[in-house]
Design a protein around this ligand. Structure first.
Ligand code: NAP
Ligand code: SF4
Ligand code: SF4
Length: 371
């Protein structure tokens, strides 16, 4: 079944990668409240993945077991990096069906394709596998999520015209970023006539708390609207957006997003100009453009909490809050797991979707926060 899309399609999607937690586990009761508010407001799109810890099971409990199957749409993903063999990769699909209890997936994606892994999706025949599942009716719309540049995207979309939609990282700060290439990727997908689901519209939370000059700029126009709302409305204003996935992690964020997305208004010219000014300010910002996706953390032999360290550094780099930065750093970097404990094996750099020079930043952290 093709994607049903119209200008009135609600454009907010619930990204399930950063769900609220109670201790170390997902707080399913809070997720239920968020799901109820989201559906009541007329939104339907949920996005999880095999590799988001606990997320598929949580959405079964909070959504699938509590609402009719045709009242929502669910997306999940198959990740080749978490599969040592072809058999293991195929098994992810069955496991996702079992964990979610969804019966079928409205949207199914090959997950996080980039330069260093896209060939493995071919080698393990995973494109053929997902096509078979679609023919069986277990997948309604087929897509992939993508973290590289427009040349590879163009090639993949040319080789795989069967793709119904694509998930791209788009946010106003990275629109012209030569590493993230939001604009060029967006234009490539549209050239191929593909609808887009947007991941990380708030840049993993960075744009909810941008440098103070940017905050001031936005607040002068809308004193009551959050900085996150500017980021989400920027992407929702683009043509061809199927949905903007917001990784809401508490009820307040859900309520905030529903307040302006329920009756969505695209950015007007004054607001677009404010975004262009914010882009110029952020272009000069010294903050580390880490989106806190945590892909780098799992394989670090020194168990260094890389995104938490970068978040601590950004308090100083973005807003000049050295005391708060130092406190945050030592809370997440105990002895033996500090920035200076990095052995430069660079496994983290090989998997970072933002292609960040992580080891260089860690050297900077070691200087900023001497032990
Ligand atoms: N396919 C892929 O490779 C891939 C990769 C990444 C994401 N995704 C998908 O895209 C979704 C969205 O991306 P994301 O979760 O990385 O990041 P995001 O939506 O850009 O940022 C979410 C974070 O922004 C902060 N925030 C503050 N105010 C907010 C508000 N009003 N609304 C929403 N967030 C607010 C929150 O962090 P604090 O609570 O810390 O303030 C929240 O966790 C994911 O949940 C996932 O479904 C897919
Ligand atoms: S380069 Fe450093 S931070 Fe990265 S994985 Fe190796 S030890 Fe960990
Ligand atoms: S350093 Fe890269 S891989 Fe690690 S959390 Fe940040 S963006 Fe993700």
């Amino acid at each position: 079944m093709p994607v049903v899309y119209g200008k009135d399609t609600p454009k907010l999607g619930f990204g399930l990668m950063r769900l609220p937690k109670k201790g170390l586990v997902i707080n399913v009761e809070q997720v239920k409240t968020m799901v109820d508010l989201f559906l009541e407001a007329g939104f339907t799109y949920f996005d999880t993945a095999y590799v988001y810890p606990g997320s598929e099971t949580a959405i079964r409990k909070a959504l699938v077991e509590r609402y009719p199957r045709d009242s929502f749409t669910l997306a999940t993903k198959l990740n080749v990096s978490a599969a040592p063999t072809e058999k293991a990769a195929r098994r992810q699909f069955a496991t996702s069906l079992e964990r979610t209890g969804a019966g079928y997936f409205d949207y199914y994606l090959l997950h996080a394709l980039m330069e260093n892994n896209y060939q493995r999706y071919e080698k393990l025949h995973l494109w053929d596998f997902v096509k078979e599942q679609k023919e069986k009716g277990l997948i309604r719309n087929l897509g992939f999520s993508f973290h590289a540049g427009p040349e590879l995207l163009d090639r993949l979309l040319t080789e795989h015209p069967e793709v119904d939609f694509i998930q791209l990282q788009i946010n106003y700060a990275d629109w012209e970023n030569p590493k993230v290439t939001s604009r060029a990727n967006y234009e490539t997908a549209r050239k191929h006539g593909k609808l887009i689901t947007v991941m990380e519209p708030v840049k993993g939370g960075n744009l909810a708390n941008p440098p103070k000059e940017v905050k001031k700029l936005f607040q002068a126009i809308h004193p009551d609207m959050s900085c996150a709302s500017w980021a989400i409305r920027f992407v929702a204003s683009l043509d061809g957006i199927l949905t903007v996935l917001s990784g809401m992690s508490n009820v307040e964020q859900m309520k905030d997003n529903l307040s302006y997305m329920r009756d969505f208004r695209p950015l007007n010219e004054e607001e677009q100009e404010a975004i262009r000014q914010a882009q110029r300010i952020l272009g000069k910002s010294a903050t580390i453009p880490c989106t806190a996706c945590s892909y780098c953390v799992k394989g670090c032999p020194q168990e260094i909490r890389i995104p938490d360290i970068f978040a601590a550094m950004n308090r100083q780099l973005g807003n000049g809050q050295m005391a708060a930065a130092k406190e945050a750093y030592f809370a997440v970097a105990p002895e033996g797991h500090q920035a200076s404990d990095c052995i430069e094996c660079r496994q983290c750099e090989g998997v970072c979707p933002q292609h960040l020079p992580i080891t260089d930043y860690l050297k900077q952290a070691a200087e900023m926060f001497p032990g």
